[in-house]
Design a protein around this ligand. Structure first.
Ligand code: 13P
Length: 253
């Protein structure tokens, strides 16, 4: 079975004390991970060492970054590179979140460069895609997402693409409390997998985990994750509450 993943995206939330408390609460809340399951915490960069230390003894639990720069070193004041993140214990890096595409003007071409940087150090990119409301209302979400995949990802070789995790996050469902129905999620996840199969072959497409993001909560996780092409979730708001996120981990198939 391909990897099933519960990924927390804390975004720009929590003080250091709150971050520490949340991790302690999570460690104290019953949750279990089987061999094919992972929990990933994309914490603000400044809390990475704290999270790495607190989660050090947990198996199948990883600390991720929410972004990185495309270059490995240099005069880029305020930026953090993929090798720097790897050097403090990061194994996964979220790329192309819709908030970064929208508020920081990250283009597909820039994301393609960032992917190369992450893969060059053998880390796992969690590549985000997903359409805004107007596109969903026009019914053209498949074409929109396919273009994001082609422009951002399809320069990768087959050996590289199998290392990527894809997160489909419809923008209209992020932080809105509005979740895609499990049928809507399954439909577009299956489409994404078919696009991957056309480009790389069915066997490779079957290996790639595709996470759903957008108002995932304890109450809807099981239903969403039960869909055959939904391999877990990328979770914002609900990942800031230990009992919610533990339940989301426990909802993985
Ligand atoms: P919410 O779970 O808060 O809707 O956020 C989803 C998201 O953007 C995760 O990356």
């Amino acid at each position: 079975m391909r990897k099933q993943i519960a990924a927390a995206n804390w975004k720009m939330n929590l003080t250091s004390v709150e971050a520490s408390q949340l991790l302690n609460e999570l460690l104290a809340t019953p949750h279990s991970l089987q061999a094919h399951q992972e929990a990933i915490f994309a914490v603000p960069a400044i809390y990475i060492p704290l999270a790495v230390e607190k989660l050090a003894n947990q198996s199948n639990v990883f600390v991720a970054a929410q972004n990185c720069h495309q270059k490995s070193t240099g005069a880029y004041t305020g930026e953090i590179s993929a090798p720097m993140l790897a050097s403090v214990g990061v194994k996964h890096i979220v790329l192309g979140h819709s908030e970064r595409r929208e508020y920081f003007a990250e283009s597909d071409a820039l994301l393609a460069e960032k992917l190369n940087a992450v893969l060059a150090i053998d880390s796992t990119p969690i590549f985000c895609c997903g359409e805004p409301l107007a596109i969903r209302e026009a019914g053209t979400q498949n074409v929109f997402v396919e273009a994001q995949l082609k422009n951002g990802l399809f320069h990768l070789t087959a050996a590289q693409i199998v290392k990527v995790v894809i997160a489909y996050e419809p923008i209209w469902a992020i932080g809105t409390g509005k979740t895609a129905s499990s049928e809507q999620a399954q439909e577009i996840h299956a489409y994404i997998r078919s696009v991957l199969a056309t480009q790389y072959g069915e066997a490779i497409a079957q290996e790639i985990s595709i996470l759903y993001g957008g108002s995932v909560k304890a109450s809807n996780a099981k239903e969403l994750f039960s869909q055959p092409d939904v391999d877990g979730g990328l979770v914002g708001g609900a990942s800031l509450i230990a009992t919610e996120f533990a339940a989301i981990i426990n909802a993985l198939k």
